[in-house]
Design a protein around this ligand. Structure first.
Ligand SMILES: [Zn+2]
Ligand SMILES: [Zn+2]
Ligand SMILES: [Zn+2]
Length: 331
């Protein structure tokens, strides 16, 4: 029988319907190729720095760059605002898409992913993310910065070269608002005392105790397949040190989180192959001091969402997270 599980972060129910024995090999590991014109060299490869807008930040070692941040050539958000909403008649409202849209080139090597980054490289990538998020917080029009990595075409990547994006947007998006409400709801209902009554601090403590959904545990970071996983092999990466804002996390926690993301993705690849995935960073909105605990979602794109998910927002997961964690743990 399928099971409904409540996602306390988003306040939504998910369906775990692991009725048939799905094996990792049942998922097609081959990714669709990301289109690249043979006549157009990759703009993110060394030697083609002139093909992008001038870098905002460059992180180098021994004279050559390892991480670059450049403005997106086709920004979804740009301009310094303010956000001005125009009402067009009784129904329609619109505003200019003010904000920031940047590309984070993760490495000079064209053929790798986050799973292949070395310790030093991961540290630089996380330092770059922190620096940019902090920079965004100084722009009054930017309410929230979404950091993402899309790997593979099924996950929305349009270029093969490993890269992420930082989108500084002029409002707090619904997914974040839902999670903020989840933290607030938990703080309001949980018994007073104990360890600060933070939803994710409690999840860390409970999952460490239970063990069977843990994928990996370092002193500083816990990676689990969450109880409320909405898709197969989904992982939640939680820094143990409580901090609302990614940019205020201790440098050692930032680095450890970047490495845990890498190690989680490497286990995923060892288990199901080089599949597409999204890395989603969640941090409190800028200058917001409500309850939150920054974290990272790893979402493999190995099943496609169908009409039911589209129509209801209710996800159906065909691999129980307990089984997923067990398989990922032994990799
Ligand atoms: Zn390249
Ligand atoms: Zn916490
Ligand atoms: Zn989240």
């Amino acid at each position: 029988m399928s099971q409904l599980r409540f996602d306390p972060l988003t306040g939504r129910w998910v369906t775990v319907a692991a009725e048939r024995a799905t094996r990792p090999a049942d998922f097609d590991p081959r990714r669709l190729a990301v289109e690249t014109g043979p006549d157009r060299p990759c703009p993110f490869c060394p030697g083609h720095e002139e093909d992008t807008l001038p870098a905002l930040e460059t992180y180098s070692h021994d004279g050559s760059w390892l991480v670059r941040v450049v403005p997106n050539l086709y920004p979804a958000f740009s301009g310094s605002g303010p956000l001005e909403v125009a009402h067009i008649g009784p129904v329609f409202e619109q505003a200019a898409g003010v904000g920031i849209h940047e590309v984070l080139v993760l490495a000079p090597d064209h053929d790798i992913g986050w799973a292949d980054l070395g310790d030093k490289e991961v540290g630089l990538v996380m330092a770059a993310i922190r620096d940019r998020v902090e920079d965004h917080s100084r722009h009054s029009v930017v309410r929230y910065t979404q950091t993402i990595v899309n790997h593979g075409r099924e996950a929305g990547a349009s270029l093969e070269h490993p890269h992420g994006q930082l989108l500084g947007i002029p409002f707090v998006p619904p997914e974040l608002e839902d999670e903020q409400q989840g933290f607030a709801r938990f703080a309001a209902t949980a018994d007073a005392g104990d360890h600060g009554r933070c939803l994710l601090c409690d999840v860390v403590a409970i999952e460490r105790e239970a063990k069977h959904r843990v994928v990996l545990d370092t002193d500083r970071v816990l990676v689990v397949c969450p109880f409320w996983s909405g898709s197969p092999y989904e992982m939640l990466v939680m820094p143990v040190g409580h901090e609302r804002h990614l940019a205020e996390a201790a440098p050692a926690d930032l680095v450890a989180t970047g490495r845990a993301v890498r190690d989680g993705l490497a286990r995923l690849r060892a288990l199901v192959g080089d599949v597409s995935y999204n890395i989603v960073f969640h941090t409190a909105p800028h200058h917001d001091d409500g309850a939150f605990h920054w974290h990272v979602h790893l979402v493999p794109r190995i099943t496609s969402s169908a009409g039911f998910e589209q129509g209801t927002g209710v996800r159906i997961n065909i691999v129980a997270p307990e089984l997923a964690a067990e398989q990922l743990r032994v990799m």
